[in-house]
Write a protein that binds this ligand. Sequence first.
Ligand SMILES: *Cc1c(COP(=O)(O)O)cnc(C)c1O
Length: 391
Amino acid sequence: MSSFNPPARTLMGPGPADIHPRVLSALSRPIIGHLDPAFQRMMEELKTLLRNALQTGNDITYPVSAPGSAGMETCFANLMEPGDKVIICRNGVFGSRMQQNVERMGGTAIMVDDPWGRAIDPQKLRDALQQNPDAKLVAMVHAETSTGAVSDVKTLVALAHEHGCLTIVDAVTSLGGIELAVDDWGIDALYSGSQKCLSCVPGLSPVTFNQAALNRVAQRATPVQSWFLDLNLVLGYWQGDGGRSYHHTAPINALYALHESLTLLEEEGIQNAWARHQLHHQALRDGLEAMGLGFQVPAAERLPQLNAVFIPEGINDAEIRTELLNDYGLEIGAGLGEGAGKVWRIGLMGYSARRQNVLLCLSALESVLGRRGVINTGVALAAADEVYQGS
Ligand SMILES: *Cc1c(COP(=O)(O)O)cnc(C)c1O
C-alpha cells in the first residue's frame, strides 16, 4: 500500500464540484479542539456567513455534520410527528427521498407529481392543499438536480402558508448558484449541501429554521426519533453562547473549508455568483445547441448550474463518459431515475462555473461525439465565445 493520490479531474457533474485552491488549503490547517474558544469564534462567523448566503436573519442557522441527505432528515425528523400528513411536490429523484423520510417516520406522504424535467406546478399544489385540509407540512425541491429544473419556491411557500402548512425546502443545489431568499420567500425550514454551488468538500449540510418552525418543534408531543439530528440536543453545541457543550465531535477541518468557501462567496458577492453561473450556462448552452444537442428542460424552467442534455440516438452513455474521464480527465453526470441512459447532466457549480471548464467540456464532447458522426463539428467553441465576447 502507498499514499493515495487522486488523478487530476475536472468535475462537471451533479456534484461534488471542483474546489477552489483556497478551500483545499483551509482544510490542511492545524486541527484545534472543537470547544477551543478560537474554534467557537469561527463557528459564530460561519453562522453569520451562512445567514448572509441564505439571506436570512434566522438565529438557528448552522451546518449539520453530515451530507445534504442528513439535512433533509433533520428537517423532517424535527418538524414531523408520527401520524402527520405531509404534501410532497415531486418532479424528480429527491421528492421520492422525501417521501421515504416521511413514511419511515410514521407520517402520511401525499405526493403531488409533475413530469420530470419540469418545474412544480403551483395549481397542483393548490388542489392538493384543498383536498387535504389536515396537512401539516409541504416539502419541495428548489433546484432538482436529477433533471435541471428550477421551481418557483416563493409562490409555492405562499400557497402552503395560506393553508396553514409549514414548509421544508431542499436548496442543496440552489444555494450559491441561483437566487434564494429564505426570509423574503417565507421559507420555514431549509437544508442545503456543501459540495454543490458552495464548492466545498462533501459532508456538511447547512440548515436554517424560522420561528414558526421552532415553535412546531417546541410543541412536539413525541421526542424526535433521531438522537443525532434532534435540534434540541445539537443546538447545545451550535448555540449555547459561552456554555457550549459536547454533542458530537464537529468535523473541524471541513468546517474551516466551509468558512473559506463562504468567505470566497462573500468576496465575490452573491449576486455576482448567480450572474457568473448564468453567463457560463449561456456559453455552454449555445455551444451544446450549436453541436445539435437538445436540453431536457424548457428554457424558462432551466437551472444554469445543471444542464441536462439528451444523448444522441445510438450513442452509448457509459462509453462516452468513460472516454471523457480517461482521455480528458472530465467528469460529467449520468442521467438519474427516468433520465438514466437518456440524458447527460453537465454541472456548472461553484468553482466549476468557469470559462476554462466550459471550453474543455465543449471541446471534449466535440471530439468524442464528432468522431462518431452524430453532431455538428467546428461550431461549438465559436458559439460559446460569442457569449463571452458579448459579456
Ligand atoms: C445532492 C442532493 C441531495 C443530497 O445531498 P448529499 O450531500 O448527496 O446527501 C439532496 N437534494 C438535492 C436536490 C441534491 O442535489
